[in-house]
Design a binder for this molecule. Structure first.
Ligand SMILES: [Zn+2]
Length: 159
């Protein structure tokens, strides 16, 4: 094969992203790149569904990107900044001593929990219970309406 395997790219990504991905030169060690695409497509169908639903929402792109980053625990929470070499107090600015990582900042903090409890989504989120934010994202996408998913994303953005 001399180029990108088109089928997985077109199955997972939007058309506008196809051209961007295809413009990336393949490395001389291409076989590992091809395997990674196949693994992520075949083993994460729930995740693909989540992404498709997220990108199909009517929320601003910057919010979608924020939600994508939150899903991957890649928001600039204090633990993340410290991991990047920034000298910073790791405690949560809302509640104090616990280390503020993405999970705490967007889900576990008492100050954030009050926000979630004040949304119309709370009855559904309460059924989900604990677990990482990424699983909560998958739960909302699978068990709630498109409107609820949009509210969920906007709340994640506003926290
Ligand atoms: Zn906190």
């Amino acid at each position: 094969m001399t180029g990108w395997d088109q089928e997985p790219i077109s199955r997972v990504l939007w058309e506008v992203d196809h051209a961007v991905v295809r413009s990336i030169p393949l490395s001389a060690r291409r076989s590992m790149d091809r395997l990674r695409v196949q693994e992520s497509c075949s083993e994460r169908s729930g995740e693909v569904s989540w992404w498709n639903k997220l990108w199909a929402t009517r929320i601003p792109s910057k919010v979608k990107i924020h939600v994508w980053r939150a899903y991957h625990s890649a928001i600039p929470a204090r633990a993340h900044l410290a991991h990047r070499g920034i000298h910073i107090d790791l405690s949560c600015p809302r509640c104090g001593p616990p280390m503020e990582d993405a999970h705490h900042a967007l889900r576990a903090c008492e100050g954030v929990r009050v926000i979630w409890e004040g949304t119309a989504l709370w009855q559904n989120l309460k059924r989900f219970g604990g677990g990482p934010l990424s699983e909560r994202c998958l739960f909302v996408a699978s068990n709630c309406t498109k409107d609820d998913l949009e509210v969920f994303c906007m709340v994640l953005w506003s926290i």
